[in-house]
Ligand binder design. Structure first.
Ligand SMILES: [Zn+2]
Length: 62
């Protein structure tokens, strides 16, 4: 299954991900892409202060 980069649904942040600027834990996903090793890289933007960061996640169920 290839990653769907157009999906508008909000994605849950990885456990423990906290914005280093404002301390909140809600992020909007800017884009999603596949990475090496079957991982998924997501570019996230803080809903409150706009701080952007990149996360690398392991897909569930694999
Ligand atoms: Zn923030």
């Amino acid at each position: 299954m290839k990653p769907d980069t157009t999906k508008p649904l909000p994605e849950p942040a990885p456990r423990g991900l906290i914005c280093p600027r404002c301390g909140c834990a809600e992020f909007r996903v800017v884009y999603t892409r596949a990475a090496a090793g079957g991982r998924i890289v997501r570019r996230r933007e803080c809903r409150y202060c706009g701080r952007r960061m990149t996360t690398s996640e392991r897909p569930l169920g694999s």
